[in-house]
Design a protein around this ligand. Structure first.
Ligand code: CU
Length: 419
């Protein structure tokens, strides 16, 4: 209500000023003056205002920085984050300098060269040296910014070292699932066709293939039973037949996958990614060790998401059908960050930074950065309970129901099922 009143008052104020100006114009016309006749006093006042305005302008600008600067992100808690912030600050220094210098000159000259009857503007059409100067100086500054920027960018995006800790961030509408490679240190292969309630990432193991085939078989026999025993309308019968066709196709593809897996294991042995899924850790918790290089492997199940860890200055799109990566070395633990920010509830956070649907705003997960020993202890605790796709289909179904409803519905959607 107050806001509305303020707006009304402002609008009325503008109208009043416009009307006053009009009255002033009319009276000067009556006095036989032309509109463009401006008195020397008016000119001097405008020149004065040209000098006063930037004082208010810069004052307001500096106040904004003072007032809202502290609401920016706290210091970067990762190695590349610091160099990124340095690059940022470097750019700001140049921008601020140019902003202040050009604006001061602009207003200073506008005020200084106030109109005078006795003075004529100096005609100065061209100067090659001057042109060269104001082209080459900004060009040199831009070159520095670009080269510095590219160097920083290349450092950030270069390949992670082979012994980096691997962590997968798996996005779907609307949550994150975290995968660690388990004791063998290697992530297992995945395939979306194996996604179900107990295998939200579709990790490929002999067991998960059998489980999935069992599920398909169970659904097939259920549908068969319905077709044999129930009296159904024609469109429902067609629908069930379509479903059976779909289940057959899916069974064929998963059987093919099993063949591919067996051949790959036979030829590559331990090097086959199909050998490494069984001990993977699929978690709803996200921990990272401090001062260790981490390679984030980022995937999506459905639409484009974006993995964003603002305090680590990490951001990378999660694109369906491909794995994107980002390497990061955290430098500050959660506990230290709580001291730095003087906020005992501070938590690092993994957000989705791509508007991905209705609950996008809530797609987040806290991140714990801890000393290597604490991380190892936590990891050992998790390793007691590795990924288990080997529950029977009935168990899997009950887990799927007990799991968040989003997981259940997305699972069926991904494998193309319709109820
Ligand atoms: Cu998202």
């Amino acid at each position: 209500m107050t806001k509305l009143l303020i707006i009304v008052v402002l609008v009325l104020g503008v109208l009043a000023v416009a009307q006053l100006a009009r009255v002033y114009e009319l009276t000067s016309k009556l006095r036989g003056k032309r509109e463009e006749d401006i008195s020397a006093g008016d000119n001097r006042m405008n020149a004065m205002l040209m000098w006063l305005f930037p004082v208010a302008y810069f004052g307001f600008f500096l106040w904004l920085i003072y007032k809202y600067g502290p609401h920016l992100l706290p210091i970067a808690a990762s190695e590349h984050g610091r160099s990124l912030d340095k690059l940022y600050d470097f750019n700001w220094v140049i921008l601020f300098a140019v902003f202040f210098i050009t604006n001061i000159l602009l207003f200073y000259f506008a005020g200084k060269y106030v109109y005078s009857r006795d003075r004529k503007a100096f005609y100065y059409p061209h100067n090659n040296k001057l042109e060269l100067l104001w082209t080459s100086v900004p060009a040199a500054f831009l070159a520095v910014i670009i080269i510095y920027g590219l160097r920083t960018w290349n450092q950030i995006t270069e390949q992670a070292s082979p012994d980096a800790v691997q962590v997968e961030l798996y996005a779907k509408q609307f949550d994150w699932t975290i995968r660690y490679p388990g004791k063998d240190g290697v992530m297992g292969a995945t395939d979306y066709r194996l996604i179900n309630g107990t295998n939200p990432l579709g990790i490929v193991t002999a067991q998960s293939i059998e489980t999935r085939l069992g599920e398909l078989e169970e659904e097939r026999s259920d549908i068969g039973k319905r077709l044999d025993t129930e009296i159904l309308p024609d469109d429902k019968i067609d629908e069930l037949h379509d479903r059976l066709d779909y289940l057959d196709r899916m069974r064929g593809r998963i059987t093919d996958l099993r063949t591919v897996m067996n051949e790959d294991i036979a030829t590559k042995g331990e090097a086959s990614p199909y050998m490494h899924g069984a001990d993977d850790l699929v978690l709803k918790e996200f921990h990272l060790p401090v001062h260790k290089e981490v390679k984030l492997l980022i995937r999506s199940q459905d639409v484009i998401h974006s993995a964003f860890i603002p305090h680590l200055r990490v951001q990378m799109n999660a694109v369906p059908g491909m794995t994107t990566t980002f390497k990061v070395t955290p430098t500050i633990t959660t506990d230290s960050m709580r001291l730095v920010t003087k906020n005992e509830n501070f938590d690092f956070i993994l957000l989705c930074n791509k508007v991905c649907g209705a609950s996008h705003y809530n797609m987040q997960m806290p991140l714990v950065v801890e000393p290597a020993e604490a991380f190892a202890t936590w990891m050992a605790e998790q390793e007691k309970n590795p990924f288990q796709p080997d529950k029977s289909p009935t168990q899997a179904a009950s887990v799927a129901v007990a799991d968040s409803s989003a997981t259940g519905s997305m699972t069926t959607e991904v494998v193309g099922a319709t109820e």
